[in-house]
Design a protein around this ligand. Structure first.
Ligand SMILES: C[S@@+](CC[C@H](N)C(=O)[O-])C[C@H]1O[C@@H](n2cnc3c(N)ncnc32)[C@H](O)[C@@H]1O
Length: 280
């Protein structure tokens, strides 16, 4: 199979990238053409195309269908790890969760959303942190929603199974032994108690969110960077509506900022910042 990027028709690449942006928001330019050869090979092979250029031609000349969605999903970057960038998790432990526990004493309910949860390491890290440092919350109603556009990533997240390299990224030996079971094939599975704390759903951030409940804490990390400014601004507006009160929290990735939206204020802690609704 020939697969080199230089055989791709540049107009088809541009057209395909426009389709990606329209449907899932990811903004790609021609410098990212190599992603077509590196990420779509399995689709070329599974669906009997001769090469990437032929797949691309098919995609840009036919109405959007399941094959397109497979290709869009393959263009997502699912990089993640347990307790990624550790500082937000320190802030959750020392500042944010104690404040939310205080705030929610009456309802004894806290709703958390890990948006763009990829293969599950982020929501499971939150669940592990809750079990380790806030055992009193076992008597509370704690909901952790985890969503992503990639069904493949979500299937892995739901299984809670990670290979030895993934498990070593961010977890201590004692966390591994407390919260995971080693499987006969050498992989590790999150124990049912932690798995049952997280509900996974497929969701496209650039579509409307009619069924989303309100959340006391939203983590939307390392996904806004893939969107253009207009898409980002629309998502940030929707995030605002999802936070029920001025004491609710929004945490973004360390390189992301929404300072352009004046309806949020940024609060700087030691090594991390978070956002809250600017009171009206
Ligand atoms: C780099 S991962 C971030 C994972 C995790 N939040 C973290 O920081 O480790 C980005 C995730 O965003 C998801 N994503 C990209 N576009 C999306 C969209 N339009 N709607 C929902 N999720 C999307 C991808 O599937 C991917 O799993």
């Amino acid at each position: 199979m020939s697969s080199s990027a230089n055989q791709l028709d540049q107009l088809d690449v541009e057209h395909f990238f426009k389709l990606v942006e329209k449907n899932i928001g990811i903004d790609l330019d021609l410098a990212k053409t190599y992603l077509i050869t590196s990420r779509l090979t399995h689709i070329v092979e599974q669906h009997g195309f001769d090469h990437h250029a032929q797949l691309l031609r098919h995609l840009v000349t036919s109405p959007v269908n399941d094959l397109h969605w497979q290709a869009f999903e393959a263009m997502t970057t699912n990089e993640t790890s347990f307790f990624r960038d550790i500082h937000p998790f320190d802030a959750l432990k020392k500042t944010i969760l104690p404040a939310l526990i205080e705030k929610c004493q009456e309802t004894r309910e806290i709703n958390i959303w890990s948006a763009a949860a990829s293969t599950g390491q982020e929501p499971y890290s939150i669940a592990i942190l809750l079990r380790e440092y806030f055992p009193e919350l076992t008597k509370w109603k704690i909901q952790i929603w985890a969503t992503d556009i990639s069904q493949q990533a979500l299937d892995k997240a739901v299984s809670g199974v990670y290979n030895p390299v993934e498990i070593m990224r961010g977890l201590s030996d004692s966390q591994i032994s407390r919260h995971f079971t080693k499987l006969p094939n050498g992989h590790y599975q999150v124990i049912p108690d932690i798995r049952s704390m997280v509900q996974f759903r497929q969701m496209n951030l650039i579509q409307d969110w009619p069924l989303m409940p309100k959340f006391d804490l939203i983590l939307m990390r390392n996904v806004l960077i893939y969107f253009n400014q207009e898409t980002k601004a629309k998502i940030v507006k929707k995030l605002h509506a999802q936070l029920p009160h001025a004491d609710a929290y929004l945490i973004l990735g360390s390189s992301e900022s929404i300072l352009f939206d004046k309806s949020f204020k940024v609060v700087q802690l030691d090594r991390v910042s978070y956002y809250q609704k600017e009171p009206l």
